[in-house]
Design a protein around this ligand. Structure first.
Ligand SMILES: *[C@@H]1O[C@H](CO)[C@@H](O)[C@H](O)[C@H]1NC(C)=O
Ligand SMILES: *[C@@H]1O[C@H](CO)[C@@H](O)[C@H](O)[C@H]1NC(C)=O
Ligand SMILES: *[C@@H]1O[C@H](CO)[C@@H](O)[C@H](O)[C@H]1NC(C)=O
Ligand SMILES: *[C@@H]1O[C@H](CO)[C@@H](O)[C@H](O)[C@H]1NC(C)=O
Ligand SMILES: *[C@@H]1O[C@H](CO)[C@@H](O)[C@H](O)[C@H]1NC(C)=O
Ligand SMILES: *[C@@H]1O[C@H](CO)[C@@H](O)[C@H](O)[C@H]1NC(C)=O
Ligand SMILES: *[C@@H]1O[C@H](CO)[C@@H](O)[C@H](O)[C@H]1NC(C)=O
Ligand SMILES: *[C@@H]1O[C@H](CO)[C@@H](O)[C@H](O)[C@H]1NC(C)=O
Ligand SMILES: *[C@@H]1O[C@H](CO)[C@@H](O)[C@H](O)[C@H]1NC(C)=O
Ligand SMILES: *[C@@H]1O[C@H](CO)[C@@H](O)[C@H](O)[C@H]1NC(C)=O
Ligand SMILES: *[C@@H]1O[C@H](CO)[C@@H](O)[C@H](O)[C@H]1NC(C)=O
Ligand SMILES: *[C@@H]1O[C@H](CO)[C@@H](O)[C@H](O)[C@H]1NC(C)=O
Length: 800
């Protein structure tokens, strides 16, 4: 594509000068968006986002853990609005459902030991007396015992400042056996630990050993190193019997103190070792105690070195450094022009949430030595492949390169890439092997930067060809849930997954997309494989059943046995929608729309454009849903804004001639109804930022068709969006005039040319040589039938 000269000059003119100060975008980030559910003041059914202190992709995430009585995928990031504080801990996830992970390496400031059993958090937990305060890189909570706790984070270390009341005693409790509990399913446990201290007691270090949690897996060690700015008056280690899972009555178990300066829970490797910890007491003339805690997955020495990331005892400098990092690395990458504070908050908070996970643990992999980047806490790719990584690809391509290289390295050493992974353990594959889709999306967008695409393709091929061993997950023992494709043997034999295995219908949907991803990468890396994987990507069509009718529409994905007969089912239901159900967290109505790589065949199977359109309309008719998935669903339409399977459905009108306006209508409706800048402003678990990234795309006015270098056009919310493309200094600029009249596109120019397609290619957005692009929208109140050009491609179709 030739860029007109005037435009090229314009683009150059917008290149940032090196030493212009970055504006402070962090002031638009509201860390409490997504921390509450529909019932104000509670976390039931919340976004579960982490409101504490972290850097982008931070290896530590410093925040409070609280009690919770009503757990329905709630508070997996430690925080609940109504619970009592039991600790400040260093490791958290953000936005996750399932069951909690982490809440590890605690400190808890106490003012008295009266009535306190150090092994029973219910005897020392603290209600909060005023609303917590959170800004980027900073968190503050005021406890009913009079202590104010403030905290911030560097990449591998946290800093806490405790302000004690004058007339109280001053303690910091470290209970190594603390973790975020859950109610039964997939609970994590404390196994063992070791703690040592300096003579003065102002340094302590060691490790805790924990096991299971949502990803399952064996034991893992987290090393820590803590330092206080004040010499404690007294430091005492303590221990007590392990209370979980065999000692449920905590009132029977009390701590006993020891004078030892090294304390071990039990023999190395013993799972039911004693709980251990330390109690630090500070002198009466101190009102403020500051502490730093470094975390390492490799050694306590490294944990101690990480403390040096935080200069002196300077909380304020640490906060400022965190803000600067968020501004320069992430938030400044998309500059939007609007006066609307609500929308500014929604947008920048969405951008923030999209870059908390996975955790960058480069150099911190305890299991193998490698020069490759290392990322952990994929929670999960099932959620994030759909549009999150594609957002990062535009603004932080080097991060995506690092993430892709880390996924490949995990394959090199563990034989499979993860779909879910925490604490260095692959675990919890909900559907397909969706790392395939992340790799394919990076591939079609030309990411290089040291990605070994030969190995990348081999890693994908492992998913497509190698049956993973069955880990006999009690929630679904019919195939591996650890990694790879648990239903692969069916897939290869029949071309689809049979109902003899859990989640057959949704696995069939996702494996189809996964094999399309293989075909995409094979085009460059193994041309002889293209036909094979394109054929397999059509597996879903083998289960398309024209005998099934629902709400007067005919033809649905059906759970199909090897002999071709189908399980009796209702396309509006997925039963428990769980691991052994025939469809996972989405009903067949939803999954039946999930073939973005072959919309052409789908539209034809559904009966042609007109029927497709009215069927799509039906997805958005209030009151039609018959599936209540608790915290995983929102609203009453079959389209479920509260979970990922329906993410792309509102925009499928772009695949019909001159119906793009309906995608705009849906996009606005869904965002306006379900997203806002309030605490319950995310309609379901944020899922490591997946929902937040979906919101950001909607507000930019584009939606990526991942695994293809294609973006659907929606309509921008802002007069101007300036998106900085990587580190090249070029921009994607999107302007919209007439926004005050309405959201519908009247006309569009792309790099000065009149545009009539409802989609753009990746090169259209970033420029053939990465020089950027300019999209100029003219908006209006009424739908204009501007989209007369070719509909988006269907590269998976047999006859394209
Ligand atoms: C949890 O809270 C939600 C919302 O208030 C409520 O609907 C549900 O019944 C509660 N569950 C339990 C077990 O208390
Ligand atoms: C919090 O603590 C208060 C006072 O001790 C208690 O009444 C309340 O039940 C606790 N709530 C939770 C959720 O732990
Ligand atoms: C606190 O105590 C309760 C009751 O013994 C227990 O269920 C929970 O796991 C403990 N830990 C935390 C961090 O809440
Ligand atoms: C606590 O002590 C400090 C220093 O002695 C003093 O400045 C402050 O006013 C006291 N605060 C209260 C609430 O008594
Ligand atoms: C827990 O222990 C206390 C003290 O021994 C006893 O009174 C109580 O009945 C026990 N509770 C349970 C549930 O076993
Ligand atoms: C507290 O007292 C100790 C011992 O008397 C002294 O070394 C220290 O400087 C005092 N700290 C403060 C903050 O006054
Ligand atoms: C600002 O944005 C919010 C959310 O989109 C919207 O509800 C509100 O009407 C807007 N305010 C103005 C003045 O346009
Ligand atoms: C990619 O990795 C393979 C080993 O699997 C190696 O043979 C090859 O040289 C690597 N390619 C590049 C470009 O580094
Ligand atoms: C793909 O399927 C077509 C039609 O079913 C068949 O002719 C072709 O041989 C298949 N290709 C491969 C590589 O399996
Ligand atoms: C549809 O029903 C007819 C008549 O019962 C049967 O012959 C046919 O095999 C069914 N087709 C599918 C795809 O199930
Ligand atoms: C299905 O068609 C019947 C007969 O035309 C009609 O009465 C009914 O309302 C339709 N149902 C829906 C959900 O559109
Ligand atoms: C097909 O297989 C299923 C599952 O094994 C069985 O229930 C069903 O009766 C079979 N149908 C026919 C027509 O054989």
């Amino acid at each position: 594509m030739l860029v007109p000269l005037t435009l090229a000059v314009g683009l150059l003119a917008t290149r940032v000068k090196a030493n212009e100060p970055t504006p402070d975008y962090t002031k638009h980030v509201n860390l409490f968006i997504g921390t509450e559910g529909p019932v104000p003041g509670t976390a039931f059914s919340a976004g579960n986002v982490f409101p504490g202190a972290s850097l982008p992709f931070g290896a530590v995430k410093v925040g409070i853990d609280t009690t919770r009585w009503n757990v329905s995928f709630s508070a997996n990031a430690g925080y609940t609005p109504d619970g009592n504080v039991t600790a400040i801990t260093m490791l958290h996830e953000s936005g996750t459902g399932g069951a909690p992970t982490y809440g590890l390496i605690p400190q808890m400031p106490l003012t008295t030991l009266e009535g306190v059993n150090l092994l029973d958090n219910l005897t020392y937990m603290q209600p909060r007396v005023v609303e917590d305060i959170a800004t980027v890189g900073y968190y503050k909570t005021q406890l009913s015992n009079g202590v104010t706790a403030e905290m911030s984070a560097s990449h591998h270390a946290g800093i806490m400042r405790y302000h004690y009341p004058n007339d109280s005693e001053r303690f910091v409790l470290v209970d190594l056996s603390h973790f975020i509990p859950s109610t039964g399913k997939k609970e994590q446990w404390y196994s063992n630990g070791l703690i040592e201290r300096s003579e003065d007691g102002d340094w302590y270090s060691g490790y805790g050993v924990y096991r299971e949690g949502w990803a399952w897996g064996g034991e893992y060690r987290v090393y820590f190193c803590g330092h206080f700015d004040t010499k404690p008056l007294k430091t005492q280690f303590f221990s007590g019997k392990a209370t979980d899972p065999y000692w449920p009555n905590t009132t029977d178990v009390r701590h006993s103190f020891t004078d030892a300066t090294t304390l071990q829970g039990g023999t190395v490797g013993y799972q039911y070792a004693d709980r251990i910890g330390s109690l630090f007491e500070f002198p009466p003339n101190t009102t403020t105690v500051t502490s730093k805690v470094g975390i390492s997955w490799v050694s306590a020495d490294k944990a101690c070195q990480f403390i040096e990331e935080i200069p002196a005892w300077d909380l304020e400098a640490t906060i400022q450094a965190a803000r600067d990092q968020w501004n320069t690395e992430v938030l400044s990458k998309i500059d939007i022009k609007t006066e609307n504070q609500t929308q500014l908050e929604m947008f920048y908070t969405g951008l923030y949430h999209s870059h908390l996970l996975p955790s960058d643990r480069t150099g911190e992999n305890p299991n193998w030595i490698s020069d490759e980047p290392y990322y952990d806490d994929f929670y999960t790719i099932w959620d994030t492949f759909r549009c999150l990584h594609a957002l990062t690809t535009l603004i932080l391509p080097n991060r995506v390169i690092g993430i892709v290289r880390a996924l490949i390295d995990i394959w090199r050493f563990e034989r499979f890439m993860p779909d879910g992974r925490s604490h260095n353990t692959n675990g919890r594959v909900q559907g397909g092997s969706n790392a395939d889709n992340v790799l394919a999306d990076a591939y079609v967008k030309g990411l290089q930067g040291g990605i070994n695409w030969t190995d990348a393709y081999r890693a994908m091929k492992t998913n497509a060809e190698l049956q993973p061993y069955n880990n006999f997950d009690f929630e679904d023992p019919t195939g591996s849930t650890k990694e790879g494709r648990g239903g692969l043997q069916d897939w290869k034999q029949y071309g689809y997954v049979t109902p003899n295995r859990g989640r057959s219908l949704s696995k069939t949907t996702e494996y189809s997309h996964n094999d399309f991803s293989l075909a995409q990468v094979a085009k460059g890396e193994a041309p002889n494989d293209v036909g094979l994987y394109l054929n397999r990507s059509r597996g879903w069509q083998k289960t398309w059943n024209n005998n099934v009718t629902s709400l007067n529409f005919t033809g649905f994905l059906a759970p199909t046995y090897a002999n071709g007969s189908i399980l009796s089912y209702d396309p509006l239901s997925c039963g428990a929608c769980d691991w052994t159900s025939y469809s996972y967290e989405g009903v067949p109505w939803e999954y039946s729309f999930s073939f973005p790589f072959d919309m052409k065949t789908l539209i034809s199977l559904m009966g042609g454009q007109e029927t497709f359109e009215s069927r799509l309309d039906t997805m958005f008719i209030p009151g039609l849903t018959r599936s209540n998935q608790g915290g995983n669903s929102a609203g009453t339409t079959i389209f479920n804004p509260g979970n990922e399977p329906s993410f792309m459905t509102p925009f499928l009108y772009n695949y019909l001639p001159q119906k793009q306006y309906k995608s705009v209508q849906r996009s606005r409706e869904v965002v306006n109804q379900y997203y806002n800048n309030g605490r319950s402003g995310i309609p379901g678990n944020d899922d490591a930022g997946a929902m937040s990234s979906w919101l950001v795309w909607n507000m930019i006015g584009l939606y990526p068709v991942v695994t293809q270098p294609v973006y659907l056009i929606l309509s921008p919310w802002f007069e101007e969006v300036k998106l900085k493309l990587g580190d090249e200094g070029s921009f994607l600029r999107i302007t919209a005039s007439g926004l005050d009249k309405g959201p519908y596109i009247q006309s569009l120019k792309v790099n000065g040319r009149e545009w009539t397609q409802s989609w753009l290619s990746h090169n259209d957005l970033v420029g053939v040589d990465g020089e950027g692009a300019l999209l100029e929208f003219e908006m209006g109140a009424d739908a204009a039938l501007w989209d007369t050009g070719d509909i988006p491609p269907s590269p998976g179709a047999l006859n394209k």
